[in-house]
Design a protein around this ligand. Structure first.
Ligand SMILES: Cc1ncc(COP(=O)(O)O)c(C=O)c1O
Length: 430
C-alpha cells in the first residue's frame, strides 16, 4: 500500500511523523484497518499494542474512546453541518475560558498548524508589527518556515531539523527568528535587533525540559515591556499534565494559547484562546473558513472535557509516562545499555547512545514489532495503557535491550537489521 502511496501522494503521507521511514523503513505496518484502546490492527490483520506516540499525540484517551465517539455520532445524527452556526462552539469557548481565567475569548479551527497561523495573524493585526521570535516547532505554514530562509539550519534543534522552506517567499526572510529554550539571551538578542517591530513571542511553555527558574517570568516581562503578544503553543503539551494548558502549572500566563491534538482525542478541533483586547484584533483582519464551522470537532472536544471532569486523566497520563520511563531506566541498567531518557512524563523520549544510535533505535523498533508492539524513540501516554500492557511491554523491552547490548558488543547492530536505518527529522523522499 505504501509503495502505491509513494506514487500517488508526494511524500507518501500527509504527516512527516507518519512516514514509515521514520520508524522502520520497509518493515513498518504503515496502515491500520482499525484501532481501539491502545491496539492497532494492520491491513493484514496483525494486532499491535501502541507504545509510540498515540495518534501522534492526539488520542490521550486511547483510540475510538466510546464516550467521545458517542458524542460524535450524536453530532452526526443531528446534522454535522448547516447554514447556521453550531452551538457547541459557544459552549466550548465558555469552557476553555473558564479553565483559563486569564483568557476571555476563543476562536476555533481544525488543525494545529493552522491555529498557530491564526494566532500569529492576530498578534500581527493587534500590534501592527511583523517580527516573530519563535522557539520550538509550530507547523508547516509560511510564517514559521520562513525562519529557515535566513539560514538553512536556523530551525535545527527545534524539534524537526532540516525543514526546507522551498516555496516560502524570500520576502519573508528575517521576519521569524528562532531563540532557544532556557536561553534568555538568545531572545534578548532578537528583541534588541527587532527594534519596535516585535509582534509576538511564540513558544511551548514546556516540552523536553522544565523551564529554568525565572525563564518564563522574564519572557512575560519582556513581552509586557515591549508590548509584544506572548503566544503559548499548547498543541502537544496541553491537557497532559493538567486539565488545560501546561502553563497553568507554571505560574505564567500568556496572552494567547493554542490547543489541538488532545482537545479532540483525534477528532479535528483546534482552539485559539486569548485576552479580549488581543482576540478582538481578529476582527481587524480576515480569519475565516467553512470547515471551522462543522459540529463534530467541538462536540468531540466537549466530550473530552467531560472525561477530564470524571477522572483525573492528567494524573493517569503522568503516572503511565513515569512507569514507562522507569521501565527504560531499569532495563538499561540491567543490560548495560547507555540511553538518554527525557521529555515530560506523558511525552517521554528514549534515545540510544553511541555513534550507531539510529541503528540501535531501528533495531529496537524492528524487534519490538516482532513481539507485538509499536515502539520507537518516543512514548506518548494514553489513559488506555493499563498496568498489564506496561508489564508486557517491560518484558519485551528486557529481551530487546539485551539483544541490542549483545549485538553492540559484537559490532553487529546493522547486521541484525532486515532493512535500512530509520530516517530522522525531515528528509526528502526520492
Ligand atoms: C507544538 C506543536 N505545534 C504545532 C504542531 C502542528 O500541529 P498540526 O500537525 O496539527 O498541524 C505540532 C504538531 O506536532 C506541535 O507539536
Amino acid at each position: 500500500m505504501y509503495e502505491i502511496a509513494r506514487r500517488l501522494i508526494p511524500g507518501g503521507s500527509q504527516l512527516l511523523s507518519k512516514r514509515p521511514e521514520m520508524f522502520l523503513p520497509g518493515g513498518w505496518p504503515s496502515y491500520y484497518a482499525s484501532a481501539k484502546g491502545i491496539t492497532v490492527i494492520d491491513l493484514d490483520g496483525n494486532a499491535f499494542r501502541d507504545f509510540t506516540v498515540g495518534g501522534v499525540g492526539a488520542t490521550v484517551l486511547g483510540y475510538a474512546d466510546p464516550d467521545v465517539d458517542a458524542a460524535v455520532k450524536a453530532a452526526i445524527d443531528q446534522g454535522s453541518m448547516s447554514t447556521l452556526n453550531t452551538p457547541e462552539e459557544v459552549i466550548l469557548a465558555e469552557r476553555l475560558t473558564d479553565l483559563h481565567p486569564w483568557a476571555d475569548m476563543a476562536r476555533f479551527s481544525r488543525a494545529g498548524g493552522e491555529a498557530m497561523a491564526v494566532a500569529v495573524r492576530i498578534a500581527r493585526a493587534r500590534t501592527g508589527r511583523a517580527t516573530i521570535a519563535v522557539c520550538g516547532y509550530h507547523g508547516w505554514h509560511d510564517w514559521y518556515l520562513s525562519a529557515n530562509l535566513a539560514k538553512d539550519d536556523a530551525l535545527d534543534g527545534h524539534l524537526l531539523p532540516g525543514l526546507d522552506p522551498a516555496g516560502v517567499p524570500r520576502g519573508l526572510e528575517g521576519l521569524t527568528r528562532p531563540f532557544r529554550y532556557n536561553d534568555l539571551d538568545s531572545l534578548k538578542e532578537i528583541v534588541s535587533t527587532a527594534g519596535n517591530d516585535l509582534a509576538a513571542i511564540v513558544m511551548e511553555p514546556m516540552r523536553d525540559s522544565d523551564p529554568d527558574t525565572g525563564f518564563l517570568e522574564s519572557i512575560r516581562e519582556i513581552a509586557d515591556k515591549t508590548g509584544t503578544v506572548l503566544i503559548f503553543d499548547e498543541i502537544t503539551a496541553g491537557f497532559r499534565v493538567t486539565t488545560g494548558g501546561a502553563h497553568l502549572t507554571l505560574g505564567v500566563d500568556p496572552d494567547v494559547a493554542v490547543f489541538a491534538k488532545a482537545l479532540g482525542n483525534g477528532y479535528p478541533i483546534s482552539a485559539i484562546i486569548g485576552r479580549g483586547e488581543i482576540m478582538q484584533a481578529a476582527q481587524n483582519t480576515f480569519i475565516s473558513s467553512t470547515s471551522w464551522t462543522e459540529r463534530i470537532g467541538p462536540a468531540a472536544a466537549l466530550a473530552v472535557l467531560t472525561q477530564y471532569e470524571k477522572a483525573d486523566i492528567p494524573a493517569q497520563l503522568v503516572a503511565i509516562g513515569q512507569n514507562v520511563k522507569q521501565v527504560w531506566r531499569d532495563t538499561a541498567d540491567h543490560t548495560g545499555l547507555d540511553v538518554n531518557i527525557s521529555g515530560l512524563d506523558p511525552l517521554a523520549h528514549l534515545g540510544f547512545a553511541g555513534d550507531d544510535a539510529k541503528a540501535r533505535q531501528t533495531l529496537f523498533t524492528q524487534e519490538m514489532l516482532d513481539r507485538g508492539f509499536l515502539a520507537g524513540p518516543a512514548f506518548y501516554a494514553m489513559s488506555a495503557h493499563t498496568h498489564e500492557d506496561i508489564a508486557d511491554y517491560a518484558d519485551a523491552c528486557r529481551e530487546v535491550f539485551a539483544l541490542i547490548a549483545s549485538a553492540a558488543s559484537t559490532g553487529s547492530i546493522e547486521g541484525r537489521l532486515r532493512g535500512p536505518i530509520a530516517h530522522s527529522g525531515f528528509k526528502r523522499l526520492t
